[in-house]
Design a protein around this ligand. Structure first.
Ligand code: B16
Ligand code: MG
Length: 219
């Protein structure tokens, strides 16, 4: 009785998590924070300014920069990120995603986007996927980011569906927590040890098909 599917963008639909992390890596080098896999994972799904704070905190630098300097660092990161986004094409859609979106559309599921990114509409345009989404949550209108349930709860509301009628798909721990807290069934994409709070985990987007999801519920 699922009627709607709510997607995260970065790391689920497009390979932009790589682009975000490359752009943040530059910032980390600039301020002198060591760039590690674990730091990179912590930034997934987290807003721009919060991501910057995490990079500064990693080497106890948060008090070394005033608000204006922080705004500048975040602005530079975004410029760098958008430069990378402009080079995106359909080839940057993660494997299997377009056919999954197509099968959802043909089966009349409502589709919504719940991305923390202020650049999500541009990414959907560049990859030619805008027409699949009837609803896109505007992250600037939210009072709290992931892991708060607000973003996924808002997406369900926009679809006019009860949370129990929806699935939420995420690649980040913070995102899975947000989905679960909104009372939506969560599907994780990635490492099941990292995403152990998700309802189901698929190792990669190629495994994300209606029949794989259905067979989980039939068990
Ligand atoms: P922006 P998602 C998140 O998108 C990214 O995972 C995260 O790395 C990024 O910092 C955040 O969007 C904000 O993005 O700087 O473009 O506004 O995973 O929620 O789709
Ligand atoms: Mg993500």
């Amino acid at each position: 009785n699922i009627k709607g599917v709510i997607f995260d963008l970065d790391g689920v639909i497009s390979n932009t998590s790589r682009l975000h992390s490359d752009a943040w890596h530059q910032v980390a080098d600039k301020v002198g924070t060591e760039w590690t896999e674990s730091l990179s994972n912590k930034l997934k799904g987290v807003s721009r300014m919060e991501s910057l704070e995490l990079i500064l905190q990693a080497s106890s630098l948060e008090s070394h920069y005033n608000d204006q300097q922080k705004q500048e660092l975040a602005h530079d990161k975004n410029k760098d990120y958008l430069r990378r986004v402009e080079n995106m094409t359909k080839n940057d859609i993660l494997p299997g995603i377009e056919s999954f979106l197509e099968s959802l559309k043909q089966n009349h599921y409502g589709l919504a986007l719940a991305s923390a990114s202020k650049n999500s509409a541009r990414v959907l345009e560049k990859t030619g996927l805008s027409h699949y989404f009837s609803e896109i949550v505007d992250p600037t209108k939210l009072s709290k980011g992931k892991p708060d349930p607000e973003i996924f709860a808002t997406a369900a509301k926009l679809l006019r569906l009860a949370p129990e009628k929806c699935l939420g798909i995420e690649d980040a721990v913070m995102g899975i927590r947000s989905i679960n807290a909104a009372n939506i069934f969560s599907i994780g994409i990635g490492d099941k040890n990292i995403l152990n709070e998700a309802g189901i985990v698929f190792e990669n987007t190629e495994l994300l098909t209606l029949s794989n999801i259905r067979s989980h519920f039939d068990k």
